[in-house]
Write a protein that binds this ligand. Structure first.
Ligand code: HDE
Length: 701
């Protein structure tokens, strides 16, 4: 392993400004301050004096602590880590960081939501940004992707229209962090190219359980270029080791209140706990000669290449293992740019990508206040930087020497690398054509892949999509917008359109032209994205009271923790509960401070007769009901099974009698007293790994 990740780390360290160990508080000018709690006034009750330079400097600095938030993707969370390739990709690209499995390249990743402002909740229905900065030996490479493989529009000139439509409405700035409002759906219903992405947005992909459990996609078709100058089209995929998992909509909404930082906290906590999130980087490669072998245009970002058609080839892995030292300095000030590429990676003429190559550089000027943002530590490459750029706001370097090229007075420095394979040389693609404003006819099929997405979904995924359309359109006040959207859905699938129409009180649309091939791409269903099927970092709540079966509690905690789960004992109060053995057992959190929506699974241990019943605790009962409704695994042991039986709907199988483990749709029970059997632990672990269980009988509880 080379030293590379440490290079970024060492560079960061040179910028760290820890509290000085010694010395007094000073002003920015280094003058020691004798008092910072009272301003300088004329008399004890008199006005503040202009000459109080400490007060004025302190307030001036505070008044300017905020910078404009990102116009999109304002809310985010980031982390450092590294990337390492599995093997050399020299056949396709000369990019240095994709050559040698022993070279680790440092990275910074920022995940984000798109619509909401910086302080909005995490678990909103939205696309998630997944932007990676690779600090390679040849300069920074930014892969600025999303957690969905397609986009709303085909040409970047529509981006301001789309973003205006999805953002809160201008007159009242409502809704925050939500797309369920008239202007978005008005735009969507008039712009059919959005339909494929709207299917993704209405799916559970839009409410990820964790940033650590979502895929990432480069979206556009990019180009790899090898040392011989040969180009290959490439689509980038990130696949999470832990699998792709989502929340349910009802849960996601409650979570917005219970913990608005749910995804941000989850990322931070996992890294602090040493549970480093990991993704595999995969590529879909298309030889240039095959460019026109698809029934869509590779330059159209509203289309994906089905994995069944072009398999994803794994080329490396990324691990995030360090939290930022300072949110503002690093996560807020990081500046991504799609045109930050390194030799071996190039663009295509995708009109969305072309627009992004303008926008990302431009946007940093307003956000970071001048052209010197590449000097900010998180943005600094580890590759040497030699430019003739000078001056500008926030210039911190004291440049010496010449500042133009060519020069002789500075010895000709910096020299031009020349096209010798080391410098970035743009791919020599031949282009010619008339100057026109016209969308290519090859971009005109708006519905086939939306239909493919629908065809690829399992029953429960389809139900969630229908429910999401009903929810969103149900919040739209303009009836014509509802109708127009349903008409659009009829072009995708008539069953979908009528199911939505029924929910939102509009007439069934005319059937759309049913001309889609019945194509499905199994790789798109969450059912097929389980990852390593482990329960690492899943959170399990154990509901306890005084008298809890001590053996059961201890053994369940140990067994689940051994599988990597995060197990927390919850009780009506903080402190300890007294176990059946008379000992005190630590309570991790008091029930009133948490809720089922913050956990992946719940376990109800039993206790000897006379143990205080959870049934009398409203918070505990709500916990169990919510877990059941949200399809979460529920385990019950000993007398805990009795409690569950008193709530369970008809048709759910629970164990009865002695030593009988029963597992039915994620509800796992064992009436044994004392330590749970291995069989119980195995079944409960499997239920947690499966994440959610959709086919449960309802309601009772
Ligand atoms: Fe962005 N996008 N975008 N976008 N985008 C920004 O850049 C833009 C698009 C994405 O964590 C902005 O620095 C245009 C697609 C992410 O800092 C801005 C178009 C994809 C992030 C911008 C798109 C993305 C941004 C706002 C259409 C997925 C957050 C602040 C042509 C492949 C990066 C900033 C971070 C951020 C423009 C479309 C992903 C305004 C014009 C497609 C992950 O420059």
């Amino acid at each position: 392993m080379t030293e590379q990740p440490d290079r970024k780390e060492r560079q960061r360290e040179t910028h760290l400004a820890p509290d000085p160990a010694e010395g007094p508080l000073t002003t920015d000018q280094g003058v020691a301050v004798d008092h910072t709690d009272d301003s300088l006034t004329a008399g004890e009750r008199g006005p503040t004096l202009m000459e109080d330079f400490h007060f004025r400097e302190k307030l001036m600095h505070f008044d300017h602590e905020r910078i404009p938030e990102r116009v999109v993707h304002a809310r985010g969370a980031g982390a450092y880590g590294y990337f390492e390739p599995y093997e050399s990709c020299a056949e396709f690209t000369k990019a240095a960081f994709l050559q040698d499995p022993s070279v680790r390249t440092p990275v910074f990743v920022r995940f984000s939501t798109v619509q909401g402002p910086r302080g909005s909740a995490d678990t909103v229905r939205d696309v998630r940004g997944f932007a990676t900065k690779f600090y390679t030996s040849e300069g920074n490479y930014d892969l600025v992707g999303n957690n969905m493989p397609v986009f709303f529009i085909q040409d970047g000139i529509k981006f301001p229209d789309f973003v205006h439509a999805v953002k809160p409405e201008p007159q009242n700035d409502i809704p925050t962090g939500a797309s369920a409002h008239d202007t978005l759906w008005d735009f969507v219903s008039l712009q059919p190219e959005t339909m494929h992405m709207m299917m993704w947005l209405m799916s559970d992909r839009a409410i990820p359980r964790s940033y650590r459990m979502m895929q990432g996609f480069g979206v556009h078709t990019f180009r790899f270029v090898n040392a011989n100058g040969k180009g290959t089209f490439v689509k980038f995929h990130w696949k999470p080791k832990l699998g792709v998992h989502s929340l349910v909509w009802d849960e996601a909404q409650e979570c917005q209140g219970r913990d608005p930082d749910f995804n941000r906290r989850d990322l931070w906590d996992a890294i602090e706990a040493g549970e480093y999130p990991e993704w595999e980087l995969g590529v879909q490669l298309v030889p240039e000669e095959d460019e026109f072998n698809f029934d869509f245009d590779l330059l159209d970002a509203t289309k994906l290449i089905p994995e069944e058609q072009v398999p994803v080839r794994p080329i490396g892995r990324m691990v995030l293992d360090r939290n930022p030292h300072n949110f503002f300095a690093e996560t807020e000030q990081v500046a991504f740019h799609t045109a930050n590429v390194v030799p071996g990676i190039d663009f295509t003429n995708d009109p969305l990508l072309q627009a992004r190559n303008f926008s990302y550089l431009d946007t940093q000027l307003i956000r970071l206040g001048g052209p010197n943002f590449a000097h900010i530590p998180v943005n600094q490459p580890v590759a040497p930087v030699r430019t003739n750029h000078r001056d500008g706001y926030h210039q911190t370097a004291i440049h010496t020497g010449t500042n133009y090229s060519p020069n002789s007075l500075g010895g000709g420095c910096p020299a031009i690398a020349g096209a010798d394979g080391y410098a970035y040389t743009h791919y020599a693609e031949r282009v010619d054509g008339d100057k026109i404003r016209k969308r290519s006819p090859s971009f005109k099929d708006f519905y086939s892949q939306a239909a493919m997405f629908w065809n690829s979904m399992s029953d429960w995924e389809r139900k969630h999509i229908v429910d999401a359309f009903r929810f969103e359109l149900g919040k739209v006040g303009t009836v014509q917008v509802r109708e127009r959207t349903v008409n659009e859905l009829a072009h995708i699938d008539y069953g979908l359109a009528t199911a939505v129409a029924e929910g939102i009180g509009v007439a069934n649309p005319e059937p759309g032209p049913d001309n889609h091939k019945p194509v499905a791409s199994p790789a798109l269903s969450l059912d097929n994205l389980g990852g390593d099927h482990s329960i690492r970092t899943r959170t399990v709540a154990v509901l306890v009271t005084d008298g809890v079966d001590a053996e059961q509690l201890t053994q369940a905690q140990q067994a689940l923790s051994a599988e990597g789960a995060v197990v927390e004992a919850l009780a009506a109060h903080d402190g300890k509960v007294r176990g059946s053995d008379g000992n005190g057992y630590a309570v991790d959190r008091a029930l009133p401070t948490v809720a089922s929506v913050l956990y992946d699974a719940v376990l109800l241990p039993g206790g000897p007769p006379g143990t205080p019943d959870l049934a009398s605790d409203e918070a505990a009962m709500r916990f169990i009901r919510d877990a059941y409704r949200h399809g979460k695994p529920i385990g019950a042991l000993g007398s805990g099974v009795g409690l569950l039986a008193s709530l369970a709907p008809d048709g759910l199988h629970l164990s009865a009698g002695h030593h009988q483990v029963c597992s039915d749709r994620g509800v796992v029970t064992d009436t044994t007293t004392g330590a749970a059997s291995e069989e119980f632990t195995r079944a409960f672990t499997e239920a947690i790994a499966a994440h959610r269980h959709w086919t449960r009988p309802g309601p009772r509880l």
